[in-house]
Structures are given as C-alpha cells and as structure tokens.
Ligand binder design. Structure first.
Ligand code: NDP
Ligand code: 8X3
Length: 256
C-alpha cells in the first residue's frame, strides 16, 4: 500500500509544490488548507495525472476544534499517516515592535506555532503506537537569525526550530524521524502577498534577484522523506545563491 503523507497548507506555494512532488512519487495524500475550492481542484488534478488517492481536508489550523474534527473524521484507510509535513504558515506585516499590530501577531502565533502543535498532537500518537513515522517541519532562515521588523514572525520560526529539536528528543526512541527545512526567500508562493496584506507593490520583493522556487523546497522535503529509515536529516538551511543571510541579498538583478 502507498505511504500516506499529510501536507498542511497545500493550497499554494511550498505546500502545493510538495503535494505535486509526492503525488508524482505515488504517495497517498492528505491535503489541508482553508480554501476548499483550491483543495478540490488540486485533488482532482493529482488524482487524474498521477493515479493517486487524495483526501482534501479544509479547516482553519488556528482552531484546535477544527483540527481535531478533521483528523477525528478519518476513515480507517486514511488513519495511518506515515509522513506529516507541517508547512502551513504565514508572515503578517513587517513593522517595528512598537508599531506592530496585535491581529498580525496573533495570526502568526496561532498559525505558525499553535496550529503546528495542534496537528502534531493529533497525528503523532498514531505514529508512536505504530513505532513509525516522519514529521517534517517547515521553518525558515528567520528561525535561525533575526532581521529588522521581522520580530514576531522570527519568534514563531525560532519556536518551530526549538520544537523540531525537542520533538526529535521526544520521538527518536519511538521509531519516528523529525526533520526541518529552513528556506530563505522563496517565490512561486503567496508569502509576500500575504505578509503585505495583498499590496502587490510592497509584495514585489523578488524582481531584482533570483529567489528559490517552491519546487526547490519541495525537492528538499522529498529528499529528507526518501532517505533510508536509518537516516534522520535534522535540518536543511537552504537559500538562493544570491542570498547569504536574512539581510544579505544581492539585488543587482535576476542572475539565474
Ligand atoms: P503561501 O502563502 O503560498 O502558503 C501558505 C499556506 O499555508 C497556504 O496553503 C495557506 O492555505 C496555509 N495557511 C495559512 N494560514 C492558514 C490557516 N489559518 N489554516 C490553514 N492553513 C493555513 O506561502 P509559502 O508556501 O511560502 O509558505 C509555506 C511555509 O513556508 C510557511 O510556514 C512559511 O512561513 C514558510 N516559509 C516561506 C518562505 C518564503 O519565502 N516563501 C521562506 C521560508 C519559510 P489557506 O490560505 O488556503 O488556508
Ligand atoms: C520567509 C523568509 O526572510 O521573509 O521565512 O523571513 S523571510
């Protein structure tokens, strides 16, 4: 039977690219996000193109009640999730700490941190019972270094980094792998548009250098997931060639 991978935040960007790649490799997929129509369209496309089974679960990851309802409703043939990719997340706003908006802070903390915890709490007991599984968290360069105005987004990604490391300590004796990918700037996502609340001018941050593509991060996730069982990749920090840190970006043009 095909392995089951659950990817949160599969309606766009890195999550969608990861879904496509795992489908290409024949995995059974549970795809989540709030935008139900997008999930349905992606499900139909992947089922048709790759002859794989796809289950679409539309819910808001910020609500533990919705998370528990969605995963509590899984039929037997969907219950044994082998790989969980905790990808859903966002940056909301880019402001100094004294001007930050509470709604932005709460959206980031509730999604990037609490949402990741809710889903992990739902799916990890099954992995422990089966003594098998792999959790892959999508962190960021922002989980390794801070930058001006990135304050709360960075704080949530530092928390993801801490959780990846502590989950690993909790689960390594249970036959469960825990990995993390930490990307720099990634285009073919809605990340910048979401960060700047739909302002396309402000979100135009990729035109003067060549960032990573969502598919580059998807390939990294797939690489970690497809290592032999005795190999646990702890973290892959991946940046565009024109980026050498959160605040070091060669913006002299798209070189690649
Ligand atoms: P996108 O905005 O393209 O994708 C974000 C995904 O998260 C969407 O599918 C969205 O689905 C989902 N999501 C957001 N909020 C919620 C919610 N409340 N409930 C359920 N799902 C939610 O951005 P990316 O692909 O770039 O982001 C994916 C991850 O990668 C994030 O964790 C981000 O922090 C991280 N990252 C991104 C980088 C970049 O430069 N793009 C760099 C480093 C890390 P929907 O809106 O349908 O709910
Ligand atoms: C996304 C990359 O630099 O905007 O995590 O924080 S950054």
């Amino acid at each position: 039977m095909a392995q089951i991978v659950c990817i949160t935040g599969a309606t766009s960007g890195i999550g969608k690219a990861t879904a496509i790649l795992f489908a290409k490799h024949g995995y059974q997929l549970i795809l989540t996000g709030r935008r139900q129509e997008r999930l349905k369209t992606l499900k139909e496309e992947l089922e048709q193109q790759f002859q794989v089974k796809v289950l679409d679960l539309a819910f808001d990851i910020r609500s533990n009640a919705e998370v528990e309802k969605a995963f509590g409703s899984l039929k037997d043939d969907w219950k044994t999730v082998d790989i969980l990719v905790n990808n859903a997340g966002l940056a909301s706003g880019l402001a100094p700490i004294h001007e930050g908006k509470l709604d932005d802070w709460e959206a980031m903390i509730d999604t990037n941190l609490k949402g990741l915890l809710y889903v992990t709490r739902c799916l990890s007991p099954g992995m422990v019972a089966r003594q098998s599984g792999h959790i892959i968290n999508v962190c960021s360069t922002a989980g390794h270094e801070v930058y001006p105005n990135g304050n709360v987004y960075s704080a949530t990604k530092y928390a993801v980094n801490a959780l990846s490391r502590s989950m690993r300590l909790d689960l390594y004796t249970q036959g469960i792998r825990v990995s993390q990918v930490s990307p720099g700037h990634v285009e073919e996502t809605e990340f910048a548009l979401v960060r700047f609340h739909g302002d396309t001018d402000k979100a135009n941050i990729y035109s003067n250098f060549t960032p990573l593509k969502a598919s580059d991060v998807a390939e990294t996730i797939y690489f970690m997931a497809s290592r032999p069982p005795h190999v646990n990749i702890q973290d892959i920090l991946i940046m565009p060639s024109q980026q050498a840190g959160s605040t070091f970006i060669d913006r002299s043009g798209r070189k690649f």
